[in-house]
Design a protein around this ligand. Structure first.
Ligand code: ADP
Length: 533
């Protein structure tokens, strides 16, 4: 290390006004200053900008920040300039004369940080600029856009690697993403041609957020039970459909909670008005589709309720994470309903994004498949009975804390249950049945119910028919769900959602290791559940 080790902290104070780094920021900054490529996995709002902005101030020459979102570029540059850091952006929001002026100033070395849209990289004017100035670092924001396995694939990101080869000297490359899948992370490293990168996951834990998942029969009633305990606070209720946002806002208004709906079907001026009413506390609750929230930095949002399950843990955590930015205790409640999975599945399959961006059919199928995997992991979150924060951190690949004591599961109490016997029965049955079946047939099969669909398929003649006749079909269904949630079973991605054993289950059985799941102590079935099976 040949840089002054106090410098990052001094710059943090001087330009950003903060006294200390968040966990994970300084190690990342030090890696970059040691001229190592990095892949940083940090949540949105986790504070990644500082991780490249501080090294940018310390390196000679310029740092390029490749970013997909024009609005974020604008916000970032405005705030850098107001802190006294010379910065600019180059994207399609500039008029031609403005663009030329910005390029000329950049060429004259007037900026330390330049934000650029990926589409600009290989244009002649930009390439010309890059030959004239020294580029010490290229920071790639939202780096998962480079992967067709990721959410929001942007083919223009694929030109970054080529762009890097056109530079007279290879800069340090720092990639940032909030994505969780290892496939996407590997793809980022490959596509950007990162050189032995330091890969670091940090910043996902938000200790002040309390997580809760409920499966209510009546969602509106459950919402009211929650909101009535938070009468004087403000929050967001995320809904899947526009109609749902209207319904929720109307209901809350009728109960004296000042609320408004927010969705893409409203006019720009209506949306802006609602947004401002919320920011300035003129309304308490905003019932919104996921169109709401990008770039909203309201620090005192005390709760985020998901009226329905979202499409991925990435989406969930980003939306839930809008609660409690001020660090004070805040609540994140997810209301799961039995139709949520199908509705999301339908939305994913309809999604226009697959038709756009000139993707090949193969890429489209790939993206669709990954979206369905993400949806099924989201569903598992709704069914797991372990510590919810542990599930989240494990999903994002961060170090696991065990019991967090700040989620509904830790509060209700759960324990590990040895279900090795049950695991063997599930495994043997699923690997010997001639085809795969979904939860509803399997629970009848194991219980021994002679329903029409069981007898029609001849399942009452097979070996494991009725082996669990001492359990109710509901209990068996619950265990099958838990085996999915704990990664021992997985659902097929087609609409039948048939179950099959995963390698975790077959490995545990082959190695004679105990099969352990987590069970809430307060569940109705707890008497039985507490016994090892
Ligand atoms: P993102 O990871 O989405 O780019 P930002 O870099 O915009 O997140 O950071 C989110 C918020 O956290 C910003 O308001 C930023 O100023 C703040 N922040 C970042 N680092 C720190 C820190 N060390 N101490 C306090 N606040 C910080």
């Amino acid at each position: 290390m040949d840089f002054n080790t106090n410098a990052p902290a001094n710059l943090l104070k001087k330009y950003f006004g903060y006294d200390s780094f968040r966990p994970g920021q300084l190690p990342l900054i030090e890696s970059i200053l040691n001229r190592k490529d990095v892949l940083a996995i940090m949540p949105t709002g986790g504070g990644k900008s500082i991780c490249y902005q501080i090294p940018a101030l310390m390196f000679e020459g310029v740092t390029l920040v490749i970013s997909p979102l024009i609005s974020l570029m604008h916000d970032q540059v405005t705030s850098l300039v107001s802190s006294g850091i010379p910065a600019a952006y180059l994207n399609s929001s500039l008029t031609l004369p403005q663009y030329r002026t910005a390029l000329a100033r950049a060429g004259a070395g007037r900026y330390k940080i330049i934000y650029v849209a990926p589409e600009r990289l290989l244009t002649p004017a930009f390439a010309d600029l890059c030959r004239k100035i020294k580029i010490s670092m290229v920071a790639v924001d939202e780096a998962h856009c480079i992967s067709s396995w990721g959410q929001n694939f942007r083919p223009a990101y694929l030109s970054i690697a080529q762009f890097l080869t056109t530079l007279p000297e290879r800069p340090v490359v720092a990639a940032f993403t909030a994505t969780a899948t290892y496939r996407v992370r590997d793809d980022i490293v490959d596509q950007l041609k990162l050189k032995s990168p330091v890969i670091q996951t940090s910043g996902f834990d938000r200790p002040n957020l309390y997580f809760d998942v409920q499966h209510p029969k009546d969602k509106m009633q459950a919402l009211w039970n929650f909101v009535s305990h938070h009468q004087s606070e403000c929050g967001i209720v995320y809904c899947i459909t526009r109609a749902q946002t209207e319904e929720v806002a109307e209901y809350l208004n009728s109960r004296g909670i000042r609320s408004a709906a927010y969705h893409a079907g409203l006019s720009d001026s209506q949306r802006l008005q609602t947004q401002e009413d919320f920011i300035y506390d003129r309304i308490q609750v905003i019932a919104a589709t996921n169109a709401f929230g990008m770039g909203i930095d309201k620090s005192n949002v005390r709760f985020v309720v998901h009226y329905s399950m979202p499409q991925s843990m990435e989406n969930y955590y980003q939306e839930a994470g809008r609660a409690g930015r001020d660090g004070l205790p805040s609540w994140c409640l997810l209301l799961y309903g039995s139709k949520d999975y199908q509705t999301n599945r339908f939305l994913i399959e309809q999604n226009q994004k697959y038709q756009k961006d000139g993707m090949s059919q193969e890429q489209i199928d790939q993206v669709l498949g990954m979206d369905l995997v993400r949806l099924s992991k989201m569903r598992n979150y709704c069914f797991t009975e372990e510590c919810l924060r542990t599930y989240i951190l494990q999903y994002f690949g961060e170090k696991v804390i065990g019991q967090c004591e700040n989620c509904s599961h830790c509060e209700r109490g759960y324990r590990e249950q040895n279900v090795s016997g049950l695991g063997k029965i599930f495994f043997e049955a699923l690997t010997t049945l001639p085809t795969n079946y979904g939860v509803s047939i399997l629970k009848e099969y194991f219980h021994g119910s002679k329903t029409k669909r069981i007898t029609q398929r001849g399942l009452d003649q097979r070996n494991h028919f009725g082996v669990l006749n001492y359990m109710t079909t509901e209990d068996i269904g619950e265990y099958l769900e838990l085996f999915c949630a704990e990664g021992y079973l997985q659902r097929s991605l087609d609409s039948f959602q048939t179950l099959k054993a995963t390698s975790s289950l077959s490995d545990a059985i082959a190695k004679d290791e105990p099969i352990i799941i987590h069970r809430l102590l307060s569940k109705q079935a707890s008497q039985k559940a507490r016994k090892d099976l």
